[in-house]
Design a protein around this ligand. Structure first.
Ligand code: HEC
Ligand code: HEC
Ligand code: HEC
Ligand code: HEC
Length: 430
């Protein structure tokens, strides 16, 4: 009888993928977050995840396992609609409270520029990042009692929005060997390596030598997590997307390799309470959404009534003839025909900087608002109606705005790479 029990236990030990009592490392992982700040709750099946529940869940996990390691394959942000920038700001604010150990940077996360993602205490990484600055690092070292992890990622230059430009402007190096070398060095130092990618397993296997990769995170499938698998000595994790769930693996190592693992998917349905600590953050977000909505409604109302706060340069000329003449000789005065010449005068992504007040209650199109084509006085001085109606009594809207800030509404990044105020201002001064 006793003999039977022992061999029975032995059998269980051999059959179960997980049988060791104490887990030296708990890894919490997830795939693309896609800007899913909060689940809409329109259907039960879709009502998973969101930042408030993620916060509660991570806290509960940490109270049970203070040493856990939390990593994310990134794509925290979305940029499909004009409201996504506000949402993205709050996604970052939310994530900054989570104490993640490593978050892979993805191109979507740079939709609003590198500065936008700075200052949030989020440990961004991209294994082939060009300058190793503070915001983004090429790897992240994570030290725990049982093990030291080194996390890398690959940010595919072929998907870069900057790939049309010359290489000097790319943010990443198109050189996989950089990451490969990093992995090898980490392995040689006895560190356990993690590689975060946005590729399916087969593509990673084709492009990468996985010999020095202990844990690989591949592209997030649709919402649900798949079971992990071993590819040689590499543990492959297959997260789900849209921030609806979290993956948990409890790992055992031997000889610097993943020896055993236990996998669990953590659901975050409605029954998971919102984290009260984030309540203020969330109220603040909702208030901003409302304010933006109301401001838009005001603009629509004004458009419908045909009343506009933007008047166009002609209406300034009567009192400021010399400034008008000087402006007319600048390239600003023909910025719209520049767009027409390249067949882009119908693209909102271009119109916004080549007309007056687009999306702000100014320029609509060249038929309804021909007087607001081009870059004009009111791009720099603000909507002129109140100033004109008061015959100059009331100061212009932008009077307090520093000149440089006025230029930087448009002369930014790739749109004006050579911009220097001292060099540009004299060309248009009036
Ligand atoms: C963020 C504002 C902004 C947006 C958006 C923008 N532009 Fe421009 N564009 C500028 C500025 C500023 C310049 C002047 C750059 C300089 O001379 O330093 C410029 C200049 C140009 C020029 C003249 C280049 C030359 O060599 O003289 C063209 C053509 C042009 N833009 C086309 C476009 C097109 C097409 C789009 C949309 C895909 C677009 N712009 C979107 C700000 C913008
Ligand atoms: C590209 C931006 C820009 C455009 C376009 C522009 N201005 Fe200005 N303007 C400025 C700046 C910057 C100043 C200097 C403000 C300062 O020194 O604080 C200025 C100054 C002025 C002043 C103050 C008196 C002076 O001449 O310094 C007047 C009046 C004025 N602008 C009118 C106009 C009118 C009218 C137009 C259109 C016909 C126009 N501006 C177009 C940027 C612009
Ligand atoms: C009916 C006459 C009149 C018209 C039209 C007018 N202004 Fe003025 N503007 C004035 C007077 C007068 C001053 C001087 C006020 C002062 O110096 O205290 C002035 C001052 C300014 C200044 C410098 C002080 C400030 O408030 O920033 C700017 C810039 C300016 N105007 C821009 C414009 C623009 C842009 C337009 C067209 C949208 C315009 N003005 C149309 C009368 C006019
Ligand atoms: C509303 C957007 C906008 C603002 C604000 C703006 N610019 Fe521009 N600027 C443009 C665009 C668009 C062009 C390109 C026009 C073209 O070539 O058709 C341009 C072109 C120029 C050029 C001509 C560059 C050349 O190749 O000769 C100079 C100089 C310039 N801007 C200076 C300034 C300065 C200085 C300011 C701030 C005081 C400023 N701009 C503010 C959009 C803007």
């Amino acid at each position: 009888m006793q003999k039977f029990t022992i061999s029975f236990l032995l059998l269980i030990t051999l059959l179960l993928p997980w049988s060791v009592q104490s887990a030296p490392l708990t890894l919490i992982y997830a795939g693309d977050f896609n800007g899913e700040l909060e689940p809409c709750g329109c259907s039960e099946g879709g009502n998973y995840g969101g930042i408030l529940r993620r916060s509660t869940t991570l806290k509960a996990l940490r109270s049970e396992q203070p040493d856990l390691v939390a990593i994310s394959a990134g794509q925290l942000l979305a940029n499909e609609s004009s409201r996504d920038q506000l949402k993205s700001e709050y996604v970052l604010k939310g994530f900054s409270t989570f104490n993640y150990d490593a978050v892979a940077l993805r191109w979507r996360d740079l939709a609003y520029g590198v500065e936008f993602i700075d200052d949030y205490n989020i440990p961004w990484l991209a294994g082939n990042w060009k300058d190793s600055g503070d915001t983004v690092t090429r790897s992240r070292k994570i030290e725990r009692d049982s093990v030291t992890l080194r996390v890398f990622s690959w940010l595919s230059p072929k998907r870069s929005p900057f790939r049309q430009m010359d290489q000097s402007q790319w943010l990443t190096m198109d050189d996989m060997a950089v990451v490969q070398r990093g992995l090898k060095a980490a392995s040689e130092h006895g560190e356990l390596t993690v590689l975060l990618t946005a590729w399916p397993l087969r593509k990673v296997q084709r492009e990468f030598d996985l010999a020095d990769v202990d844990i690989l995170v591949v592209r997030a499938g649709h919402e649900v997590f798949s079971e992990p698998q071993m590819a040689g000595d590499t543990l492959v994790l297959k997260p789900g997307s849209r921030g609806m769930r979290l993956g948990r693996v409890d790992l055992e190592f031997s000889n610097g390799k993943v020896d055993q693992y236990k996998h669990q998917v953590i659901e975050m349905p409605e029954s998971v309470a919102d984290d009260e600590k984030l309540r203020e953050w969330y109220n603040d977000y909702n208030a901003k959404v409302k304010a933006a909505y109301l401001a838009e409604a005001e603009i629509k109302k004004a458009l419908a009534s045909g009343e506009r706060d933007y008047l166009g340069a002609e209406s300034c000329a009567s009192c400021h003839q010399s400034q008008f003449d000087s402006w007319q000789s600048t390239k600003h005065a023909t910025a719209f025909s520049t767009l027409e010449n390249v067949g882009k005068s119908f693209d909102p992504d271009c119109i916004v900087c080549h007309t007056v007040g687009f999306d702000q209650g100014g320029f609509i199109d060249f038929v309804m608002t021909p007087e607001l084509m081009n870059v004009q006085c009111e791009n720099c001085h603000g909507a002129g109606k109140a100033h004109v109606e008061s015959t100059g009594e009331q100061a212009t809207v932008n009077q307090q705005m520093p000149p440089l800030a006025r230029c930087q509404q448009c002369h930014v990044g790739s749109h004006s790479p050579d911009f220097k105020f001292e060099a540009y201002w004299p060309k248009i001064a009036h």
